[in-house]
Ligand binder design. Structure first.
Ligand code: P6P
Length: 333
């Protein structure tokens, strides 16, 4: 085990920046900014359990500071890090009604990237000590460099992404991302504050035996979704499958990518477009899924082909092992 020296995230980013068609070092600086913010949020998430010391959200902690909800804090940390490092020209976040335009004071730093983030997905799980995650999606701006960003820069289809990834604050903290050349996973060594390449070239098994859906919504699902769920439960061939649903997209996705499986958040009579957000949940996870030889659709079309119309629009989401997503699509069409 002392033979192969695992590469650190920093070394990996530098080693791969030359192979990246837009390589100008700016994307590396952007990914390094995300790496730093991930460590800061990881620190906050991991001490969240000390409520009596930290004080619950809305209270003041023993230092007399206003205790922030962790998703608000995570949002502030990512935005602050990306602003301070003058790396991007715009940010959109689940926690912000509108996008944030960052006009560089220094004309040589006319940044060309924008970032969309879900700073702390699954944050309702924090109070019960279940893993949560951060999801990020990176595009090149489409409006002229040097001018303030517009909504058009954010409403790009997912296939225009140049990078995407997530941080999972679980039993260990991992950063998993792609720049379009496969998916690689890095595990944080908290003692050193360094991410090491632990899961090179991650791939969804083509098929799997795990399905992830909130079955509490079963009676509200379209008939095709109900039929697929009953298909998963029938004793035939390689079925019944196992049902695993954590309530954190990043955790369910991560487990399914390693073991094989499908994650579903369908539309229902309660939510006509489902719950998940296209721009900063479904598109980045779809980019990762396809780069890991999996599939991501809204039940009919490829997620990354959807032309967005609103910053916070929701879409139905079926994502994971290719053959499982295809089987689910069969039942729905
Ligand atoms: P429900 C968390 O709020 C989230 O966006 C995903 O991380 C998770 O998979 C889903 O919603 C859980 O939603 O309605 O099943 O509780």
């Amino acid at each position: 085990m002392f033979g192969k020296q695992h590469r650190t995230l920093g070394e990996f980013i530098i080693a791969n920046q030359d192979s990246f068609q837009y390589s100008s070092g700016e994307l590396s600086r952007l990914l390094n900014g995300i790496r730093l913010a991930a460590k800061v949020v990881n620190h906050e998430v991991n001490k969240a359990g000390l409520v009596d010391i930290l004080g619950d959200a809305g209270d003041t902690n023993i230092q007399g500071e206003d205790q922030k909800k962790l998703d608000v804090l995570a949002n502030e940390k990512f935005i602050q890090t990306l602003k301070n490092r003058e790396i991007v020209c715009g940010i959109a976040s689940e926690e912000e009604d509108d996008y944030i335009s960052i006009n560089s004071q220094d004309e040589k730093h006319q940044n060309k990237y924008i970032v969309l983030i879900d700073p702390l997905d699954g944050s309702s799980n924090i109070d019960v000590n279940v893993s949560v995650g951060t999801i990020f999606s990176i595009y090149r701006r489409v409006t002229p460099v040097g001018t303030p960003v517009t909504l058009e820069d954010f409403l790009q289809p997912g296939h225009k992404q140049i990078a995407a990834g997530y941080i999972i604050y679980g039993t260990s903290t991992m950063l998993v991302y792609t720049t379009g050349d496969g998916v690689n996973g890095f595990t944080l060594n908290p003692a050193l504050g360094t991410f090491y390449l632990s899961h090179p070239n991650m791939r969804f098994p083509e098929n799997g035996k795990i399905y992830s859906v909130n079955e509490g919504n079963y009676i509200h699902f379209p008939q095709g979704v109900k039929n697929y769920i009953k298909y998963c439960q029938r004793e035939e061939g390689d079925r019944p499958y196992t049902s695993r649903y954590i309530g954190s997209l990043v955790s369910d996705f991560h487990r399914n990518m390693i073991k094989g499986g499908i994650y579903m958040y369908p539309k229902s009579s309660k939510a006509s477009n489902g719950k998940l957000r296209l721009l900063y949940e479904c598109n980045p996870m779809a980019f990762l899924a396809e780069q890991a030889h999996g599939k991501a659709s809204d039940g009919r079309q490829r997620i990354m082909d959807i032309e967005p119309t609103e910053l916070h629009e929701r879409v139905p989401f079926f994502c994971g092992s290719k053959k499982m997503v295809e089987k689910a699509e069969e039942f729905m069409n």
